[in-house]
Design a protein. Structure first.
Ligand SMILES: NC(=O)C1=CN([C@@H]2O[C@H](COP(=O)(O)OP(=O)(O)OC[C@H]3O[C@@H](n4cnc5c(N)ncnc54)[C@H](OP(=O)(O)O)[C@@H]3O)[C@@H](O)[C@H]2O)C=CC1
Ligand SMILES: O=C1O[C@H](COP(=O)(O)O)[C@@H](O)[C@H](O)[C@H]1O
Length: 477
């Protein structure tokens, strides 16, 4: 994690190949991120973006107008001149990503770009496509020798989550990628790791002596990590029907946050050392020994079945799991992971509730890392209310990114793409981490699958199913 690396301009001539350029991710995250990187001068001078479409090349115009709409909706500036510059870097190609023959056309196009600039470009293959076609796409890239690195010019493959849909399929995917790409070429994306507030977790924990001294079972009572969304599945029916909330978000993003919050200090703030400690922590996460219903719950918002046109759907749009860590420093500290769609508010945060070791029962001290929105860290303390009496009440001490730092925080996907070009694997998941995450949740996945468990229904815009609220409350008492 190089200091101020985000201020650099990358110089490697690069061709970024986006599979799934017409998809939701490309429109709402990737192209807006490229726009920002371009606007702030962080892209290499020699950059080409190859956008792969299944259908008409007119799709590029549609995507560009969608990017504009998305950015304006997010209250971000969208300068038509920069958008036009971005568009000028994009070369659309229509191909069937599962048809081998089409990859020879793609290869010719990429070679053509190298000839045009008289320099071999590093190539980044970004799979913004449904997980069901990861394997055939990777195999086709391999068969067309688009994986081969010559003269130290990089070939990298970027794979979106979810990486598999259970332990067996994740193993299978890892094995099939390994037959075509080497570990240094593989980047498994977990965009939560690239969020500024998440990157700060290790600094916050290990470079503040006060925090470091209380960050263990003696100081901490319980931890609640949540990614609550107001949005519903936004038309992503096929995608969501094949996964559900546990696999979409909890298996990846939330377990990664848990690892960062509880892992031991790395020997150095560099990729290998950080991954080593994260992996050790993930390996120590254990499910409680109680029946699964007592520590895991799932729900489905009302109207979901109509939306996905499947009256029988048992896919969850909400999931909550209580876990523990089998390490002496964390013994007895429950951790609740919770995520859901169509809830009453958006809140991605990590709440750390401190132990009242002296049983003075004067109110809780809670530290909340606000991942989004309103990025920052808040400490809840007890204070005396001003006046002649001795009443007390909870107050907050706040650190807000908006006021503490000048300039804008790079969005997660800006960081992902920046690191893609720079070739920095720190903020990506390793295969061991991915497998450890699936292994933790496998008993829940099996039970929900084998027992045909029906998700509890909840109203859109509510705080989730009653069973979930019960699990949340079980750690607070
Ligand atoms: N959307 C999001 O917020 C996030 C998504 N992701 C991940 O990104 C990936 C893509 O998600 P998302 O963009 O939402 O999905 P979409 O369904 O919106 O888009 C998928 C893209 O893949 C193309 N595609 C679909 N099926 C095929 C096929 N059989 N052969 C070739 N191309 C195909 C689509 O083309 P066409 O338009 O022609 O159908 C489209 O361009 C997933 O792995 C998802 O988990 C990760 C984080 C956030
Ligand atoms: O990975 C995913 O993340 C988004 C939420 O991302 P955020 O950065 O806005 O928190 C989620 O909506 C989507 O279902 C999931 O695939």
């Amino acid at each position: 994690m190089g200091s101020n690396s985000h201020l650099q301009t990358l110089s490697n001539p690069t061709t970024l190949v986006i599979f799934g350029a017409s998809g939701n991710l490309a429109q709402i995250k990737l192209f807006p991120a490229l726009y920002e990187l371009l606007a702030y001068g962080h892209l290499p001078e020699r950059l080409s973006i190859v956008a792969i479409f299944r259908q008409s090349s007119a799709a590029l115009d549609t995507v560009m107008s969608q990017v504009e709409v998305t950015m304006l909706r997010q209250h971000r500036e969208c300068d038509p001149a920069i958008l036009a510059r971005l568009k000028s870097l994009i070369r659309p190609i229509i191909m069937d990503s599962t048809n081998q023959e089409d990859y020879y056309r793609l290869r010719d196009m990429l070679d053509g770009i190298d000839h045009e600039f008289s320099v071999a470009h590093q190539r980044i293959f970004y799979l913004a496509i449904p997980p069901s076609i990861f394997k055939p796409v990777i195999a086709c890239l391999g068969a067309a020798e688009l994986n081969k690195e010559y003269d130290g010019v990089a070939r990298r493959i970027f794979i979106e989550k979810p990486f598999g849909s259970d332990l067996a399929s994740a193993r299978d995917l890892i094995d099939s990628i390994k037959t075509h790409f080497e570990e240094h070429q593989i980047y498994r994306i977990d965009h939560y790791l690239a969020k500024e507030t998440v990157q700060n977790i290790l600094t916050f924990r290990f470079q503040n002596p006060l925090i470091r001294s209380i960050w263990n079972r003696d100081g901490i009572d319980y931890i609640h990590i949540r990614a609550l969304e107001k949005i519903d599945i936004e038309g992503r029916s096929d995608f969501y029907e094949s996964l559900g909330a546990l696999r979409d978000l909890l298996q990846s993003h939330l377990l990664q946050l848990m690892a960062l919050i509880m892992m031991d200090a790395p020997t150095a703030m560099e990729s290998h050392a950080i991954h080593e400690q994260k992996n050790a922590l993930l390996g120590a996460i254990k499910l409680p020994t109680e029946p699964i219903d007592e520590f895991a719950n799932r729900g489905q918002y009302q109207g979901y079945r109509e939306e996905v046109n499947n009256p029988e759907s048992q896919v969850e749009t909400y999931a909550i799991v209580k876990l523990g860590v089998d390490l002496p420093e964390w013994h007895g500290v429950p951790v609740v992971l919770e995520t859901g769609k169509a809830l009453d508010h958006k809140d991605t945060s990590i709440e750390v509730v401190f132990r009242d070791r002296h049983n003075i029962d004067s109110g809780r001290n809670t530290l909340t890392i606000h991942v989004q929105p309103d990025e920052g860290i808040e400490l809840q303390l007890t204070a005396k209310s001003p006046g002649f009496g001795y009443e007390t009440r909870p107050v907050s001490m706040n650190f807000s990114y908006n006021t503490a730092f000048e300039g804008k925080n790079p969005e997660a996907y800006e960081r992902v793409l920046f690191d893609a070009i720079a070739g920095d694997q720190t903020l990506f998941s390793t295969s061991a981490e991915v497998l450890a995450c699936w292994e933790i949740l496998e008993p829940i996945i099996q039970t929900w699958r084998n027992h045909n468990s029906i998700p509890e229904s909840y109203t859109k815009g509510s705080e989730g199913p009653v069973g979930g609220i019960g699990i949340r409350k079980s750690v607070t008492t």
